[in-house]
Structures are given as structure tokens and as C-alpha cells.
Write a protein that binds this ligand. Structure first.
Ligand SMILES: NS(=O)(=O)c1ccc(C(=O)NCc2cccc(O)c2)cc1
Ligand SMILES: [Zn+2]
Length: 265
């Protein structure tokens, strides 16, 4: 299988060749989150705030896998997710980013067609299912909510001191396939907005091959600010073909019969 990527030759429009679900799936991600009109997100007053328990990670690997940069704590990490639309507790697996080569593109989800310069994905798997006991098994389980991914838009503004340890490390993983052990502790909680109350949620998929339709998506309304310099640092990361990763985002997919719920009016 030609390794998938984001270039003309191996990008999203070609993924269906090895991954038919790209074109035949009816719950693919990302989507355009529409807030007015017919197919718009519907306010659901039953949606509670999302609850995260993210003790600072002490052991983690930061890697460039050629199509994103990923922060992966050691297996023993106890970080958990619950609340919001979820009925179970989820275990943290990894976080990674999607970005563009200028500030008008880069996010995977869109809001009324608007893209943000980047999007942060916090990936979790349902740790209370009798059907699987690891992330890998969860992805392959056909369970519609095996995974839960929290999406946060990034916008350009003030420097984000909480994300600085990550953006300062990008130059150390410039080459695809390179990884570093994360020095010291990383406090992910400090990166997120205080209150995790306002979000969109819908049933979707992984946004990269295998595009498995096993994700409960929770995309937060409030963007996280990062500086221009921090955005530029992402754009200097290479894709393994001697070129910077300049747009590792999949275009929006059809909603089909899905509805999007909003936890806010
Ligand atoms: N962009 S995304 O958050 O939808 C996303 C999250 C995780 C993954 C991922 O883990 N891919 C690698 C993978 C897929 C299936 C089985 C595996 O063991 C690993 C892909 C996309
Ligand atoms: Zn992602």
C-alpha cells in the first residue's frame, strides 16, 4: 500500500484505493460544523461538561510520524476522560496536531466553512468495554464509540506558555520518523480552557487511514491561542520526503443522516 499522506499523489482523494470506507462510509470525519439552517447543530440541554483528569505526564515520547507530530505517554499513564456525551470512562492514548501552511487553513473540522490555522486532537479509548482492553483492539472493534477524540481549534494570538514545551520541541523532531523522549513533566490540563462546557459532538471516524468509524467526536467551541512563532514551528516539520508538512488536514466529509449536538445555545 502506497504510504498515505497529504500530497497530490497520496492525499485524501486517493485514500479510498486502500481504504474504501473513505468514499462508502456514512460517518466519516472531519465535518463542517454548521450552526444555522437545516442541518445545523441542535442544542441539547442534557449535555454535561466534559471531565478530564490529566495528572502531569512524567514519561512520554514526542514523535514525528511523517504525517503529524504526536505526544504519547508511557502505557502506565492514568489520564482519564468522562462526562459530556459519554457514558463510560475513557483512557488517554495520545495527542497530535493538524495544521496548514498559512493561518487561513489547517484545522480538520470547520465552523460554518471557516478553518482555523490548526487543530489539536486528544485521543482516548473506552476503558470500560468488555470487548477490548487496548487502544489497538478498540480501533478494530467496530464499537461506534470505542474512541473519543477531543478537538480543540488553535488560533493565532498570544504565545501559549502551556504549549511552549511542545512547540519548542518541534525542531528536535524535524525529520520524519524521529522521536525524542519528552524531557520532564508535561501538564496537558494547563493547555485546555478552564471550563469544558461548550462543544459540538457527533459520531464519526478517524480522520486518517484506516478511517475507522469508531469515534465519538467532541469539538470545543473556544479556540486555544498560540503565537505566530509557535504556528511557524509546526510548518518547519518535515514529511519524510524532504518537504515540510504543509497541510495534514482532511477536507470535510458528508454528514449523511447524522445530527450534530451542541452543548450550548
Ligand atoms: N486524527 S484522529 O484523531 O482522527 C486519529 C487518531 C488516531 C489515529 C491512529 O491511532 N492511527 C493509527 C492506528 C490506527 C488503527 C490501529 C492502530 O493500532 C493504530 C488516527 C487518526
Ligand atoms: Zn487528528
Amino acid at each position: 500500500m502506497a504510504p498515505w499522506g497529504y500530497s497530490k499523489e497520496n492525499g485524501p482523494a486517493t485514500w479510498h484505493k486502500d481504504c474504501p470506507i473513505a468514499n462508502t462510509g456514512v460517518r466519516q470525519s472531519p465535518i463542517d460544523l454548521i450552526t444555522t439552517g437545516q442541518t445545523c447543530a441542535k442544542y441539547d440541554s442534557n449535555l454535561k461538561p466534559v471531565i478530564v483528569s490529566y495528572p502531569a505526564f512524567s514519561e512520554a515520547t514526542f514523535l514525528n510520524n511523517g504525517h503529524s507530530v504526536q505526544f504519547q505517554p508511557s502505557a502506565g499513564n492514568l489520564s482519564e476522560l468522562s462526562g459530556g456525551p459519554l457514558t463510560k470512562k475513557y483512557k488517554f492514548e495520545q495527542f497530535h496536531f493538524h495544521w496548514g501552511n498559512n493561518d487561513s487553513e489547517g484545522s480538520e473540522h470547520r465552523v460554518n466553512g471557516k478553518m482555523y490555522p490548526a487543530e489539536l486532537h486528544l485521543v482516548h479509548w473506552n476503558s470500560e468495554s468488555p470487548n477490548f482492553s487496548s487502544f489497538q483492539e478498540a480501533v478494530g472493534s467496530n464499537d461506534p464509540h470505542a474512541l473519543c477524540v477531543l478537538g480543540f481549534f488553535l488560533k493565532v494570538g498570544a504565545e501559549n506558555a502551556s504549549l511552549k514545551p511542545i512547540t519548542d520541541l518541534l525542531s528536535k523532531v524535524k525529520n520524519a520518523g524521529s522521536s525524542v523522549s519528552f524531557p520532564g513533566k508535561f501538564d496537558l490540563k494547563a493547555v485546555l480552557p478552564e471550563t469544558l462546557t461548550d462543544y459540538y459532538t457527533y459520531d464519526g471516524s478517524l480522520t486518517t487511514p484506516p478511517l475507522a468509524e469508531c469515534v465519538k467526536w467532541i469539538v470545543f467551541k473556544e479556540p486555544i491561542e498560540v503565537s505566530t512563532a509557535q504556528m511557524e514551528a509546526f510548518r518547519a516539520v518535515d514529511d519524510g520526503h524532504g518537504k515540510p508538512i504543509t497541510g495534514n488536514y482532511r477536507p470535510p466529509c458528508p454528514l449523511h443522516t447524522r445530527t450534530v449536538a451542541a452543548s450550548f445555545k
